[in-house]
Design a protein around this ligand. Structure first.
Ligand SMILES: [Ca+2]
Ligand SMILES: [Ca+2]
Length: 378
């Protein structure tokens, strides 16, 4: 039993196994004592009646406090038992263990997470460890290994994630959450899947670069992700940018851009592109949405849909362009303009026109991916 062996990693063991009959403890109880490394917490909750009867047991050892006893290990073990609605036997058990170890500066050093699931057709478990190494006061390397076994699909996936964090411009006490408080982080996720229906192992790589910049009244973030297959061909790319700022006079400006492209058959020709941008300043906003699809794989879009919307003193003006070469014998470009004068979301004036038109390559070329490896590598 793959699942059972992971229970050896637990300090506490589940009260019951699947199939066992429950003995009621007549309600809930909890217990707590000590502080810092000596903190202990235990809780027991039962709800044995009704359709969704359950028992929940939680054990915690250790406690993380700001500026005090920084070097601490916190372990939480949680067991959830689900009961059969007709008798008091256990039909399902899930066991979760989370261990976090902090160094003498209060930064996370090591994390272990185990999640086990017994009793449903979706037998699964995951075992994840993350080790953090602080290369200098501002740099951190972490390695995360995630294993997952899924017997329902008769296969398994092994995911390995390696992140490099950069905290340039931050003080040590601003790095409370090692994985969140970075200014830049680079990631490589390697995913190996083995399913019966697959022809051998499939390997994909996902590169990420995420930056966060918060200064005074302005915040910006940028996330870029590029996924490749084992041949190094980019199959998915994504780029998301957010910028927001507050003015001293109470003004607010926000802009967001989100783009993705995919080459789902991995032949080097992009099949699908989506782009969304929005801008808002005080109460005025404008958006553009564009989607392009190349179904026959010749590098030129077979359908294009673009919607632009912006506010003016007359109301919200929206123009939608629809181009579809797959539905009719001749390509048709439809242009639909609408104006929502009272901004209730329902257009008050609509003007539609459809023209036979073959767009040129300037509009239909699928182009390259929205990001390349150069954008994500350090
Ligand atoms: Ca393609
Ligand atoms: Ca095409």
């Amino acid at each position: 039993m793959i699942l059972m062996e992971y229970l050896y990693y637990f300090t506490n063991q589940p009260l019951y196994a699947v199939g066992d009959n429950v003995v009621s403890r007549d309600g809930n109880s909890s217990f707590s004592s000590g502080s810092g490394q000596h903190h202990v917490y235990y809780s027991y909750n039962e709800e044995l009646d009704g359709e969704y009867g359950y028992i929940n047991v939680n054990h915690i050892q250790g406690e993380r406090n700001y500026g005090d006893q920084l070097s601490v290990t916190v372990t939480s073990e949680d067991f959830v038992f689900n009961l059969d609605e007709n008798n008091s036997s256990i039909t399902h058990l899930s066991a979760n263990k989370n261990l976090e170890q902090y160094d003498d500066l209060g930064r996370i050093e090591y994390r272990e997470n185990i999640w086990l699931d017994f009793g449903t057709p979706y037998f699964s478990n995951s075992y994840q460890t993350t080790a953090y190494e602080y290369v200098s006061t501002s740099r951190l390397l972490s390695t995360s290994v995630h294993e997952r076994i899924d017997t329902w699909h008769n296969g398994d996936i092994l995911t390995t994630m390696i992140y490099t964090y950069d905290y340039t411009g931050k003080d040590v006490d601003e790095i409370w959450f090692g994985e969140l408080d970075y200014t830049t982080r680079w990631g490589l996720e390697t995913r190996r899947s083995n399913y019966e229906w697959q022809e051998g192992e499939q390997v994909t790589y996902k590169y990420t670069k995420e930056t966060r910049n918060n200064q005074g009244n302005s915040n910006s973030s940028s996330d870029v992700r590029v996924q490749t297959d084992d041949q190094g061909i980019i199959t998915n790319a994504e780029s998301i940018t957010d910028i927001s700022s507050y003015g001293n006079n109470g003004s607010y400006a926000y802009s967001n851009s989100s783009k993705n492209s995919s080459d789902y058959d991995g032949d080097g020709i992009v099949n699908n592109v989506n782009e969304y941008t929005s801008m808002s300043k005080n109460d005025r906003y404008s958006t553009t949405y564009l989607t392009k699809n190349d179904y026959d794989g010749d590098g030129y879009a077979d359908t294009i849909n673009m919607t632009r919307s912006s506010d003016s003193s007359m109301g919200r003006m929206t123009t939608e362009y629809r181009y579809d070469t797959t539905q009719f014998s001749r390509p048709i470009l439809e242009i639909i303009r609408s104006l929502d004068t009272d901004m209730d979301g329902i257009a008050d004036l609509i003007d539609e026109k459809a023209v036979f038109r073959t767009l040129t390559a300037r509009h239909t070329a699928m182009g390259g991916h929205v990001a390349t490896l150069d954008d994500v590598l350090a």
